[in-house]
Ligand binder design. Structure first.
Ligand SMILES: [Zn+2]
Length: 353
């Protein structure tokens, strides 16, 4: 499967070694088209938003509006800024209304455009939170005591581009005069060991770190929001694909985080909870040693800001379909990931600091 030649998450799928492989362009395109069409195996295609399909940005945007207006007792929304191309970045706040400020968890999906299972998970999480509040004791307790901020799609411009033009796009869509290359890698653009390791200063690279930390407006909007709410945000969860990993700081250095043992213990518990449903195996550990060193990531940045429980999920699979995970796997992937996220949330709730 050609997708297995695509390194997970970080790199472009045509590395120099890759391009030496003697694929004829025609057969590559044929395999590529088949693989992309193979994602849409949950048929028939409904016009409406669906939790078991990869929704376009337009559908997600209407879903954000309708789900928040239909559940105003438990959900509110806030635009934290616009993307480079002017799309509103809306954070949903889930939680029982309270007169006092509650501790919170921040979760984002879709930092990388082509990792479609990630925004699908954020939508699933919102649905599950709303539909199990009042019946599931853990969710009820969580939303009574804490708020969960959810950013369903971080890199909206890139996500929209993957639906309309190039399925394998990863970066933002920002332009800079003097360069014909578009976008930077938002997960190399945070101010955490910025551009020192596992990132490129070449604007044409898929891991381009940007012209300066937070040069990407989407990164700046999220970083500003987290800084503004620093005193209440107790956990940061960011969702990527693929590789089946649960990572925590650091990625910009091989040094262990001050809270390494606790972060590892919680990650292992969350991975075990995830595995209990369908047997899906996750590996957990610090980013640099577990996957590869990479500076400028959001989890390292949040951790250094003081958000102790900072985790990166790399969802299904391990390379068979890669970024082109079939829609039939959305439901089981989201169900098992819910168990891991709820495990982390329950731990944070019991260990507020
Ligand atoms: Zn990613």
């Amino acid at each position: 499967m050609w997708t297995s030649m695509c390194p997970p998450c970080t790199l472009i799928w045509c590395t120099p070694s890759c391009s030496r492989v003697a694929w004829s362009m025609r057969s590559l395109l044929r395999i590529c088209r088949t693989a992309i069409e193979g994602q849409a195996d949950n048929k028939p295609t409904p016009r409406a938003h669906s939790y078991t399909k990869y929704n376009s940005w337009d559908k997600i945007q209407s879903w954000i509006a309708s789900i928040s207006s239909a559940n105003s007792a438990l959900i509110s929304k806030q635009v934290i800024g616009n993307t480079y191309e002017g799309r509103p970045m809306t954070v949903l706040k889930l939680g029982k209304r309270s007169s006092s400020t509650k501790p919170a968890i921040f979760m984002d999906c879709g930092i990388h455009a082509r990792e479609w299972i990630s925004p699908a998970f954020c939508q699933w999480f919102v649905k599950e939170a709303l539909s199990t509040y009042g019946s599931d004791s853990q969710m009820t307790s969580l939303l009574n005591q804490m708020d969960v901020f959810v950013l369903p799609v971080f890199n909206i411009d890139g996500y929209d581009f993957t639906h309309k033009s190039n399925r394998m796009w990863r970066k933002t869509r920002s332009r800079k005069s003097g360069s014909s290359c578009i976008g930077a890698d938002p997960n190399r653009n945070f101010n955490a060991g910025w551009c020192t390791l596992g990132a490129s200063s070449n604007p044409c690279s898929d891991t381009f770190c940007g012209y300066s930390p937070e040069s990407e407006i989407e990164v700046k909007n999220v970083a500003d929001f987290i800084r503004r709410n620093k005193s209440i945000i107790k956990a940061y969860i960011t969702v990527h694909s693929y590789s089946q990993l649960l990572l925590f700081p650091y990625s910009y250095t091989y040094d262990l985080a001050a809270d390494h043992s606790e972060l590892l213990k919680v990650a292992q518990g969350a991975s075990a909870a995830l595995r209990s449903l369908y047997g899906t195996r996750y590996t957990s550990g610090p980013g640099a040693a577990t996957i590869y060193p990479a500076a400028g990531g959001s989890d390292d940045w949040a951790y250094d800001l003081g958000v102790k429980y900072s985790y990166t999920f790399e969802l299904r699979d391990t390379g068979r379909y890669g970024f082109l995970l079939p829609e039939s796997q959305i439901k089981p992937t989201c169900e098992e990931t819910m168990l891991a996220v709820k495990y982390i949330a329950a731990y944070v709730q019991k260990n507020l600091y």
